[in-house]
Design a protein around this ligand. Structure first.
Ligand SMILES: *Cc1c(COP(=O)(O)O)cnc(C)c1O
Length: 399
């Protein structure tokens, strides 16, 4: 059966029909290169400018502070590598967290291999950062701090305003990966001293392969894709015009309805959360202070991957931890960093909602999930035996 209930919006979202419509003229009609002198190229400047203004508005930024990129991973890489290169190796210490998306984590580990000293900050059982540990980690040698605004696996939100002030007081460049926060939380760069902020189109109902990096005026950044002088010299390459126009439209839609839609999504998410907790006493929520759309829930003694396959048989699409960890036996690095015990971390499922979900979607999950958990628990190798220890009878789900 093909999936028709989509609850995996932190992995990617449907492109909004209005976004597709806004992009339409830029394939076969307005297909000029914006750098060209002739009229074909001349028609493209205005729509790109308008898109830049819309993305800036979503972030409370100025249009000239928006650099269009090829997505979230590129934005993160540009911010991180571009900053340390701009500092020309004068400062050799870099700081991030243990729960970042691979686009940030692997970029930091890459720099560590090149000789930078790396601090990866721990989180507690709720997924929260220890702010004292963060303060202690920041030294006069620290070049760059990167902390995500909200986590993709658990939805846990970090105190970006407070962190930005800590970095600013110490003259440390601060980057935040706001790929999951954009469109779900209010973001106002005119009020918070963040230096750089990444967003990605396909996490907010724009297409894949387009994104933006906010770079505050005055921030030193060495471009990582060099060649032409597009994007103010910060990112070479002919503009992805349809993608940029689509991102602008998606930003405009997200901003217009941010409170209303997030309240609706939150209500549905809470209904799912409370319903599952009620029906499945062995379930535990991972992460406390979360995005309105995200529910990461563990079903003790059973495997997340098996739950996903059975949900898929019912036409329901969800995810276990991070999509990238599927296929490996290791639980996700985020849940491990939170210290979630083995038997719980393996049974984690992430449901992530969007404005396109309906109450009927949630009711369907609540209808099928108790049966799935019960069946899998019966055949679970963990049920009676974990690390040679005997465990009591697992809690049963109630349909
Ligand atoms: C999806 C995601 C990214 C990567 O964005 P892409 O556009 O897929 O490259 C980076 N960070 C977070 C938090 C994400 O969820």
């Amino acid at each position: 059966m093909t999936a028709n209930i989509y609850l995996d919006n932190n992995a990617t979202t449907m492109t909004a029909p209005e976004v597709v419509e806004a992009m339409q003229p830029f394939w076969t009609e307005y297909y000029g290169n914006p750098s060209s002198i002739h009229a074909f190229g001349g028609k493209i400047g205005r729509p790109i400018k308008a898109a830049r203004e819309k993305v800036a508005a979503l972030l409370g930024a100025r249009p000239e502070e928006i650099v269009f990129t090829g997505g979230g991973s590129e934005g993160d890489n540009l911010a991180i590598k571009g900053t340390v290169e701009a500092l020309a190796g004068k400062k050799r210490h870099i700081v991030t967290t243990r729960v970042e998306h691979p686009a940030v984590r692997v970029a930091f580990q890459h720099l560590e291999k090149q000789g930078f000293r790396l601090t990866e900050l721990a989180v507690d059982r709720e997924g929260e950062l220890d702010m004292n540990a963060l303060r202690t980690a920041l030294t006069p040698d620290t070049a760059l701090l990167s902390v995500m605004w909200a986590n993709n696996e658990t939805g846990v939100i970090f105190p970006i305003e407070e962190i930005a002030h800590l970095a600013k007081e110490r003259g440390i460049v601060f980057h935040t990966d706001a790929v999951q926060a954009a469109g779900k939380l209010p973001i106002d760069m005119s009020q918070i001293p963040v230096d750089m902020l990444t967003i990605s189109g396909h996490k907010l109902h724009a297409p894949k392969g387009v994104g933006a990096l906010f770079v505050r005026k005055g921030t030193k950044l060495v471009p990582q894709i060099i060649g032409g002088h597009q994007e103010g010299g910060k990112r070479a390459g002919t503009e992805n015009v349809p993608g940029i126009v689509g991102l602008g439209k998606a930003a405009e839609m997200a901003l217009a309805n941010i409170d209303q839609e997030n309240q609706k999504v939150r209500n549905l998410r809470d209904r799912l959360e409370n319903g599952l907790l009620e029906r499945c006493p062995g379930s535990v929520i991972n992460g406390k202070n979360r995005l309105p759309n995200t529910l990461n829930i563990s079903f003790e003694f059973i495997e997340g991957e098996s739950i996903l396959l059975m949900l898929n048989d019912h036409g329901i699409a969800a995810s276990s931890g991070s999509a990238c960890t599927s296929g490996s036996l290791e639980p996700s690095h985020v849940l491990r960093a939170m210290g979630i015990p083995f038997t719980l971390a393996h049974g984690s499922v992430r449901f992530s909602l969007s404005r396109y979900n309906r109450a009927a979607d949630i009711d369907k999950v609540l209808e099928v999930m108790p049966g799935i958990a019960e069946r899998l628990r019966e055949i679970s190798p963990f049920t009676n035996q974990v690390d040679g220890q005997s465990w009591g009878a697992p809690p049963a789900c109630q349909s």
